[in-house]
Every structure is written in structure tokens, then in C-alpha cells.
Design a protein around this ligand. Structure first.
Ligand SMILES: *Cc1c(COP(=O)(O)O)cnc(C)c1O
Length: 405
């Protein structure tokens, strides 16, 4: 899964380039930096690697989502349709710009069910934000068609699917805008960081300004910059960009290892009786950072998770249904509208209303799902050992449950 597993001299070299000049900021200080512009270089590499016209680095994936929303003009009174299975950052960003997250169900793709999205569209809907969870993509043809039909923005939260693609295009490069996270556990890391990608000039100009206090960046003197709109500080530092620059050059290596280990483990897990795998709208575009698999019932799945835990082999296997970060069932802070800053009462009411809806269709999927994270450092023997242990644990549980009925 993550690039941090293969930390190397290449990352050290890029960081040292910055340490040698001492210019840790991405803007200004032109004379003192000896031509070292790691953030600019990384943005150019992102455009080239992912096939997007523009890229704006920021300090995190969450900042990237917030900036993208501001850049796209999403704000108070707007509804953004997003899945109930995602990382909390997705709804945090929506709320932060004053908009309301409207949660739709996920289907066996573990991403937005287009039918549920269609039902959620109202006169207030401004954007659809699919989240390409666990390395693989949402049904972008169906969602793009809905956006076109209803004149909505498509914003891809591609934070978890770096290197995945859909029908030949890189995830994150397809919508009006897309975001990646480069936090420590993502497919490539900056330690902390994120990016907004877009083919739209206006989205880029807005993102560039918004993430640096509204500066227009037109001159060489920061003090003389104009501020066409109110911004914020979501800047990335040169140290972080240096790490990312080394990592993006190694991305093909990471993705190839991921694919190889994914394939080997999946072949073993396929022996589990009654197993099925996540549906992937474009199987050739899977980034392979996880294998997500389903067992026949929630009861069996729970028992298997308990068995893996008892055997000390649960690490790296995620049962999102019980996870506090990724599935709506446990987002009590959101359901209760618990924020530190007061929200407008109408906004708070809308947020709470949508967080407390019925998600039984998603429960039926998530209750039976386990996602196994793929490590880049596994040996063939480790994969065989890991796979065989999981298969044996599931078979044991199924025998026990069958003996009861
Ligand atoms: C990691 C992640 C984010 C947020 O990224 P940070 O860099 O950790 O702020 C947003 N959305 C999803 C789906 C993520 O997995």
C-alpha cells in the first residue's frame, strides 16, 4: 500500500537539496534558493504523470478537498452528494465551506451507488463527490451522466486511489476537479500533503490563490501581490514536496509491486468457499492497494474478524463496518452535530438530518466486507503464509457456524 515502506536514499537526496539551501518555503526567496523549486517540480510531475492540465499542491488531502470546493464555488446552501463509506475528511471539507453533506448509499463497488445518488438530487444539489475508496473507482460514466443531466459539478475524492484509472484516464483527472492525499499512509507520501488537479483554468487560479491567503502570485514580490478574493493558508513546504518528488518518480515501482502482491494474495483468498470480491467498474484500472472481499453473511464476517484477532493476524485486515473513521454507523459526532464553532442553525439542522438517515442498503454491503491492505514489502512466502492462514480461519468459522444450524 504505502510508499513510506520503501523509504530510501532517493527521498533523502531530494530533502537534502532543500536543506542545503535552507529555503523551506515554496514561494519567493528567488535569489537564495539556487534554482531549487521542489513544489513547482512536483506539480509539473503530477500534471505529466496523471494527465491533468493543472496541479496545485497544498498541506493535506483535507486541505485539497476544502480548497477544491472553494475553487468550484461550493458554499452555504449547497448540497454535496457523497458516500456514507469514506474517510471523515470528505464530510469535514464539505461542512468547512458551509455546504451540507448529503450521504448516498454504496453498493458492491464500495463507492457511490448511482441509483441512490439519483434519488438524493434536489434543487440545492451543487456537486457529486464520489470517493474512490480502497484503491478502486466509482462508476464514473453513470455519475458523469447524472452531473450532465442535472448540471452538477463532479469532484473526485481520489485520495485513496493514486495510480488507479478508469477507461484509460487517471482517477482524479476526470471530474471538474480531483484530489489526492499524500499523507503518510497513502500510495505515495509527502509526510503530509495533498493536491488539487483540474483541467479548468479557473479552478486552478482559484486553488492557487485560496491556498495562499488569496495571493494572485502575479509578481515576484509577495508584498505587492493583489488579493482578488479572501483566502487561507494551506501551503505545502519545500521539505514535504521534496519527499513527494522522490516518491512520484518511484510510483511505477510501487504500483508494480502492489499489483504483483495483490494478484498473488487474491489467488489464495479465492479458495474461500462463498467468497466474492468487490465489483470494479474498470478492473484494469484497479490500483491494487487493497483486496476487498465479501463473506455470505454479517454473522460469518464478524466471527471471522474475531478469529483473525484471536490468532493475532488481524493487522492489515479492515472491518470498516465497526471502524470509527470510515463508515457512517460510528460517526456520532456528525450525527449529533458536535462542532466547536457554532454553525448557522439551518446548516446544523441540515447536516444532522442527512447524517441520521437510514443506510441499511450500505449496511448490507459493509457488514460483510473485509479489506486487506497490500504491503509492498511482502515476500512470496509471507503472502502464501498470510493467505493460507486467512483461508483456514474462514473455513474454521464456517464449519462452526454450519454445525450450529
Ligand atoms: C486520506 C484521505 C483524505 C484526507 O487526506 P489527509 O491528507 O489525511 O488530510 C481524504 N479523503 C480520503 C478518502 C482519504 O483516504
Amino acid at each position: 500500500m504505502p510508499g513510506y515502506e520503501l523509504w530510501s536514499d532517493k527521498e533523502r537526496k531530494e530533502v537534502n537539496d532543500v536543506l542545503n539551501t535552507g529555503i523551506l518555503m515554496r514561494y519567493g526567496f528567488d535569489g537564495m534558493r539556487n534554482g531549487i523549486w521542489k513544489s513547482k517540480e512536483l506539480e509539473a510531475a503530477i500534471c505529466e504523470t496523471f494527465g491533468t492540465k493543472h496541479a496545485q499542491l497544498v498541506s493535506s488531502g483535507t486541505a485539497a478537498l476544502t480548497t477544491a470546493m472553494a475553487a468550484l464555488g461550493i458554499g452555504y446552501g449547497d448540497e454535496v452528494i457523497t458516500p456514507c463509506f469514506t474517510f471523515v475528511a470528505s464530510f469535514e471539507a464539505i461542512i468547512s465551506v458551509g455546504a451540507t453533506p448529503v450521504f448516498a448509499d454504496v453498493d458492491d463497488t464500495l463507492t457511490l451507488d448511482p441509483l441512490s445518488v439519483k434519488k438524493a438530487i434536489t434543487a440545492k444539489t451543487k456537486a457529486i463527490m464520489p470517493v474512490h475508496m480502497c484503491g478502486s473507482m466509482a462508476d464514473l460514466d453513470a455519475l458523469s451522466a447524472l452531473c450532465k443531466e442535472h448540471n452538477l459539478i463532479l469532484l473526485e475524492d481520489a485520495c485513496q486511489s493514486i495510480g488507479g484509472s478508469y477507461k484509460g484516464k487517471q482517477l482524479g483527472s476526470i471530474g471538474d476537479a480531483g484530489t489526492f492525499s499524500f499523507d503518510f499512509v497513502k500510495t505515495m507520501t509527502c509526510a503530509e500533503g495533498g493536491v488539487i488537479m483540474s483541467n479548468r483554468e479557473d479552478v486552478f487560479t482559484h486553488s492557487d490563490g485560496y491556498s495562499d491567503h488569496g495571493h494572485d502570485h502575479k509578481g515576484v514580490d509577495r508584498g505587492a501581490d493583489l488579493h482578488p478574493f479572501v483566502g487561507y493558508n494551506f501551503r505545502i513546504s519545500e521539505l514535504h514536496s521534496a519527499v513527494g518528488l522522490a516518491q512520484i518518480k518511484r510510483l511505477p515501482e510501487f504500483l508494480a509491486l502492489q499489483k504483483k502482491n495483490h494478484g498473488a494474495l487474491k489467488e489464495i483468498l479465492a479458495q474461500i468457499p462463498g467468497i466474492s470480491f468487490r465489483r470494479i467498474p474498470d478492473p484494469s484500472g484497479d490500483s491494487c492497494s487493497f483486496i476487498s472481499w465479501f463473506l455470505p453473511t454479517e454473522e460469518i464476517t464478524r466471527a471471522v474478524v474475531a478469529e483473525l484477532k484471536a490468532q493475532g493476524i488481524l493487522a492489515g485486515n479492515f472491518y470498516w463496518f465497526d471502524n470509527n473513521w470510515h463508515y457512517i454507523r460510528k460517526w456520532d459526532h456528525l450525527k449529533n452535530g458536535t462542532t466547536l464553532n457554532a454553525l448557522h442553525p439551518d446548516h446544523k439542522k441540515a447536516v444532522m438530518h442527512h447524517a441520521n438517515k437510514n443506510f441499511s442498503a450500505s449496511d448490507a454491503v459493509m457488514g460483510r466486507c473485509i479489506s486487506t491492505a497490500i504491503s509492498l514489502t511482502w515476500t512470496e512466502e509471507q503472502i502464501i503464509d498470510k493467505g493460507n492462514k486467512i483461508v483456514a480461519a474462514v473455513k474454521k468459522i464456517m464449519q462452526e457456524i454450519n454445525a450450529l444450524v
